[in-house]
Write a protein that binds this ligand. Structure first.
Ligand SMILES: [Zn+2]
Length: 153
């Protein structure tokens, strides 16, 4: 099952296997959160000095292949390694400028998966994420509440 425990183990595996030179200088928490169409994850420095990595909760859906989650975790680890939202020395001015994340990912052996990811994004992702559209939020006025109350009687 893809829960936060599973996600933690994935992060640890990727870190040990592919980022062994990147020291874990603070506590790095990872969790599924949010349901976004155009965002797969993010990395954030918390007020207590720890780092939080968030992975799109739609990725719990088993129609999303494991490698999509692995690529996303690796992407956020590259930011950590480059000193964005991490205690490491900041190596660049901007986290994505000049394709620095993709270059690093290719160095780490993710090249073929990046190509597969593009196919997945085009062919499968739109169908999957459309199942998770949030219901429209309607503002309820006092009058509506009154009507709801009356309807119950
Ligand atoms: Zn990024």
């Amino acid at each position: 099952m893809r829960d936060n425990k599973w996600l933690e183990q994935r992060l640890d595996q990727i870190w040990i296997l592919l980022f062994p030179e990147v020291e874990r200088l603070n506590q790095v928490n990872v969790q599924f959160k949010g349901r976004w169409r155009n965002k797969f994850g993010h990395i954030k420095k918390l007020k207590d000095g720890n780092t939080e990595i968030v992975i799109n909760a739609v990725f719990k859906d088993l129609r999303v292949p494991d490698y999509i989650i692995e690529i996303t975790l690796a992407h956020e680890l590259v930011h950590y390694m480059h000193g964005f939202n991490s205690p490491h020395l900041k190596r660049y001015k901007h986290p994505h400028k000049g394709g620095i994340v993709e270059k690093e990912m290719i160095r780490k052996g993710f090249g073929h998966l990046i190509a597969k990811e593009k196919e997945f994004l085009k062919n499968d992702w739109p169908k999957i994420v459309s199942n998770y559209k949030k219901p429209r939020i309607r503002r309820i006025s006092l009058l509506d509440l009154f009507r709801i109350g009356r309807a119950r009687v």
